[in-house]
Write a protein that binds this ligand. Sequence first.
Ligand code: SF4
Length: 292
Amino acid sequence: MHTFNQNFSWSSLRHSIFTHCPLAYYYHYYASWGGWESDADSETKQIYLLKNLRSMPSWVIEIFKTILLESKEKRKSDINILKRRAFATLHRGICDIRNKEYINNPKNINLIELYYKQATIQQITTQAEALLDRIFANFAESKISKTIEQIPYLKIKRFERPASFYSDGIQTWSTPDLVWEERGIIYILNIFISDPKTYSNWAIKNGIDAIFAETKWKGRKIETISLFPNLPPPLPFISITQNKNELKSIIRQSANNMLKLTNLDTDIQKENFANFANHNNCETCKFRELCH
Ligand code: SF4
């Protein structure tokens, strides 16, 4: 049994960033802390701005996800209306980027591709529109769109997000996109932008959400569903059963690796993380201007 510092908590996102690069993890969770304060020093403000950059595909999928989940709350699921609303959100975001709204508040949308001048705003707008269009087309053709449309409003589970549970004494966060119950089965839906063949964290996230659901709704069968709407049918979604012990071991090992580099009772040392930096991922890293 391990003893962990009480302030430490774990999530699949944290695990994903740490796996990407321990130094990026340091920037994301520690060096950016307080960067939202008006009297923060300029380096902290800069790191906080970088932390809030998003890639165009992850922004587009977030728009799709938000509109889709809102439609369940508002009980309106006509796909053409959802698509119009998604495009309106996208265009508002592009307008905010043009107006550099992120300078006053880095939580406002800004994209990695624009920050690092990999594309012009016109090019990124065209690419984002094409991706959103493709996502809606794939979704409309997929079996899961009917399943989601038919979920009875009253069967949707509502709870405070993020939710957490304890795994071997480690507070673990869970953020399932949509949870509902039908005939004694709890269904968990998560929507991802990545390709499941190259991005393994989706399975870990589903498993964590499944353990959370088991803890919260005891005695129910749990079914997790993953949707990758950027991929064309016939790969609309994957449903998996998780090995709980394997997942708990991943949480334990991952938390141990993070805590080895962190002593929350003392200063957090950048060098500890820099020694384990993963330079294979620099090309796509949002923090790359800090490292070169
Ligand atoms: S640029 Fe490279 S070394 Fe620096 S944080 Fe990112 S992945 Fe790590």
